[in-house]
Design a protein around this ligand. Structure first.
Ligand SMILES: Cc1cc2nc3c(=O)[nH]c(=O)nc-3n(C[C@H](O)[C@H](O)[C@H](O)COP(=O)(O)O)c2cc1C
Length: 188
C-alpha cells in the first residue's frame, strides 16, 4: 500500500495575535518529520456563536470551512490558554459546532500546551474532548513552559535539538495512533 502523509489540523484556542499557543503550533508545524503535515488553524474568532438553529444547510461560511478542515484531517492537535480557570469560550464554541456532526465522532485528538499553568482548563478540555470523540488520547500530551515568550522566542526554543526531537516523537506517535484508529473504523 502507498504510504501517504498524515495530515494534522492544529487548532489554537487563543485569538491573540502574539499567542504562545499559536506560536507553539506553528513551531510544531515547522518541526514536522517526513510523513506528517501540520496545518495551523487560528481563526476561532471568526466563527459565529453556536446556535442549533444555524446548523441547517448551508452552514455559516466560516463554520463550513472549519468543519471541512476537520473532516479532511487525520487528527486534531489542540493547544489552548486557560481563561478564568476554564477553556476559552471561542474554543468551546468551535467544539459545540462539531458536536452533533459525524466529522468529530472518530477523529483522533490530542492536546499540547504552552504553559506550566492551566491545569483546570486541561482537565475540562479532556472531559469535553473525550465526550465528543471516541479517539481522544489523553496520555499523548506535550507541554512546554512558554508563557510570556514572543512567537520568535518560541520558534527558537522549539528549534533546540532536544525539543525538536520531542516534537518529532510526539507527531510520529500521533501518526501511529491515527493509523490505528482508521484500521479500527475500517474493520467495524
Ligand atoms: C481573560 C484572561 C483570563 C485568564 N485566566 C487565567 C486563569 O484562570 N489561569 C491561568 O493559569 N491563566 C490565566 N490567564 C493567562 C493565560 O492563560 C496565559 O497568559 C496563556 O499563556 C495565554 O495564552 P496565549 O499566549 O496563547 O494567548 C488568563 C488570561 C486572560 C487574558
Amino acid at each position: 500500500m502507498i504510504q501517504r502523509d498524515e495530515i494534522f489540523l492544529a487548532v489554537s484556542g487563543s485569538a491573540r495575535q502574539a499567542s504562545t499557543n499559536t506560536a507553539l503550533l506553528n513551531a510544531i508545524a515547522d518541526a514536522a518529520p517526513s510523513g506528517c503535515r501540520v496545518e495551523v488553524y487560528d481563526r476561532l474568532a471568526g466563527l459565529p456563536v453556536f446556535c442549533p438553529d444555524a446548523e441547517a444547510d448551508p452552514l455559516p461560511a466560516p463554520v463550513a470551512d472549519f468543519v471541512a478542515r476537520v473532516e479532511r484531517c487525520d487528527g486534531l492537535i489542540i493547544s489552548s490558554p486557560e481563561y478564568v480557570r476554564a477553556l476559552p469560550g471561542g474554543l468551546k464554541n468551535a467544539i459545540d459546532w462539531l458536536v452533533s456532526r459525524d466529522e468529530i465522532v472518530f477523529k483522533p485528538v490530542v492536546l499540547v500546551h504552552a504553559s506550566h499553568r492551566g491545569n483546570d482548563m486541561l482537565e475540562q478540555l479532556r472531559l469535553v474532548l473525550s465526550t465528543v470523540t471516541r479517539n481522544f488520547h489523553p496520555e499523548l500530551f506535550l507541554r512546554f513552559d512558554l508563557m510570556k515568550r514572543t512567537p520568535r522566542e518560541i520558534g527558537e526554543v522549539l528549534a533546540e535539538p532536544e525539543k525538536r526531537r520531542a516534537v518529532e516523537d510526539f507527531l510520529q506517535a500521533f501518526a501511529r495512533f491515527c493509523k490505528a484508529c482508521r484500521t479500527e473504523v475500517s474493520e467495524r
